[in-house]
Design a protein around this ligand. Structure first.
Ligand SMILES: Cc1cc2nc3c(=O)[nH]c(=O)nc-3n(C[C@H](O)[C@H](O)[C@H](O)COP(=O)(O)OP(=O)(O)OC[C@H]3O[C@@H](n4cnc5c(N)ncnc54)[C@H](O)[C@@H]3O)c2cc1C
Length: 441
């Protein structure tokens, strides 16, 4: 079976690593950029390891990466963010983020009675008994919950942080999605971990596995420009290859890019329900300091402006030069604007809020900055997981392809959905191959 995988991000590399583990497959991973990793791409600048995305893993002990570690023999280390150093800033006041029982007792974002209610809510989520899962959205649940304004704000803020969205969008996330997500996260012993050395630690090993099978190759700087079907075979065209034939194709890229690639093909119509999906974008503000600016916290989340700063190198010390420090600021963004000018002004105001947060908590940050990287609209999740959007299944009726990526159905959110859907797509093809073999024998 000769397989084409279009997209060399986390999803495509995961699918290819599983498939190339089986000796009787062959194939090619096509990636249009000069580098692999997609939105999990990592690069070096003046000794700092900068990530296009971030490499926090939520609930690593219950994460798809655990299965991949065993099944693919991956070797990586991770380190947990120190929960005692995670703070919320509310009206200029710093208080522990209520991430576990100890922090809930210490935090000022809830009163004593609200703490009792919130702990009861956590217990209900863990026990799979929480009413939230029966509600169409978090907003509808909160409106009918009878909870105090602080408890409502806390729920919305948690969803903002884990789904990288604004409070308005947090209210649109399905109750079932949230209940499932926090059931998993609250049961985790390791809620937030960083993979030491960034996503490159994982992607390099996936690439190593693919390259270990001589029947597989990876073609970078080679965008697939069209796909056609002739006599039951897929014919792919790229700038440098006129026509390459494959038995199966996995599309491992955001649904917006899938729609573009297939727009003038006979399959375009089947994608109509997914065409209007919106994505999640954030503003990213990375600053690398030449020397450590010690602070009694590693993460500050500004509850008023929905902007946060992570001291990434406090957890992953491998990503800075000797004595350096790397902070990553992120602002969740609205996506509804009257026109481009309004959008531009909004992004400028978010940048100022971000810089103001640095000014407040790292007053001399401008002097210490050795490296800076600002991205004003980085796509975190290709399909925002709100109830009006539709995640793409691995297999879609009427289409001969398989799909994977963070906009596909799968376990978890963000990168976990890229990994889990990449693994699922590969396993579907491997099962199909095993079935065909059994029929032949
Ligand atoms: C700022 C930011 C912070 C983030 N933080 C976290 C975090 O802390 N934790 C977490 O779990 N996740 C996080 N994420 C999300 C995570 O990075 C993504 O979910 C994941 O990288 C998506 O992988 P993917 O393979 O689905 O898609 P992509 O990375 O988009 O890969 C798709 C690939 O397909 C290629 N491609 C597209 N069209 C073609 C074509 N026609 N031919 C060939 N190649 C093509 C693209 O170039 C791309 O490389 C973050 C992302 C961002 C941007």
């Amino acid at each position: 079976m000769k397989i084409a995988i279009i997209g060399g991000g986390l999803a495509g590399l995961t699918a290819a690593a599983y498939l190339s583990d089986s000796q009787d497959t062959s194939g090619t991973v096509f990636e249009r950029s000069p580098q692999l990793g997609g939105r999990a791409f990592t690069y070096e600048k003046s000794g700092f390891t900068l990530n296009y995305g971030a490499h926090a893993v939520y609930g690593i002990d219950r994460h798809t990466l655990q299965q991949m570690e065993q099944e693919l023999g991956l070797l990586f280390q991770s380190k947990q963010v120190d929960k005692r150093k995670v703070m919320y800033a509310k009206h200029g006041h710093l208080t522990p983020a209520p991430l576990d029982f100890i922090n809930i007792m210490k935090t000022d974002v809830l009163t004593a009675m609200e703490k009792v209610r919130f702990v009861a809510e956590i217990a209900a989520v863990i026990g799979n008994l929480h009413q939230l899962k029966r509600y169409r959205t978090l907003g509808e649940y909160l409106d009918q919950s009878g909870a105090s304004a602080d408890v409502k704000e806390l729920w919305a803020h948690l969803v903002c942080s884990n789904f990288f969205i604004t409070p308005e969008d947090a209210r649109k996330v399905s109750g079932e999605v949230i209940a499932d997500y926090y059931h998993n996260l609250f049961l985790s012993q390791k809620p937030v971990n960083y993979i030491l050395g960034s996503w490159a630690t994982i992607t390099d090993q996936l690439v190593g596995k693919i390259n270990g099978n001589k029947q597989w190759d990876i073609a970078v700087k080679e965008a697939v420009e069209s796909i056609a079907m002739e006599n039951g075979k897929f014919i792919l065209r790229t700038k440098t290859r006129e026509a390459v034939e494959f038995d199966r194709v996995i599309l491992a890229m955001p649904v917006q890019q899938v729609c573009k690639l297939l727009e003038s093909s006979p399959w375009a119509q089947a994608l109509n329900p997914y065409k209007e999906n919106t994505c999640t974008e954030v503003l990213v503000y990375d600053v690398g300091f030449s020397k450590v600016v010690a602070r009694p916290f590693h993460y500050i989340s500004d509850m008023d402006n929905k902007v946060f700063i992570s001291d990434v190198s406090a957890t992953d010390h491998t990503i800075v030069p000797e004595g350096g420090q790397l902070l990553q600021g992120i602002a969740y963004l609205n996506d509804e604007f009257g026109d481009e000018e309004q959008k531009k002004q909004y992004l400028e105001s978010k940048t100022l809020q971000m810089e103001a947060l640095f000014d407040t908590y790292y007053p001399d940050w401008r002097e210490h900055t050795a490296v800076k990287r600002v991205s004003k609209k980085a796509m975190v999740s290709s399909v925002k997981n709100i109830h009006t959007n539709k995640l793409l299944p691995n297999k879609l009726t009427g289409l001969p392809f398989l799909f994977c990526g963070d906009g596909c159905e799968g376990k978890g959110e963000l990168a976990e959905r890229a990994f889990s859907s990449g693994r699922a797509a590969a396993r579907m093809l491997l099962a199909e191959k095993a079935e065909t073999k059994a029929l032949v024998h």
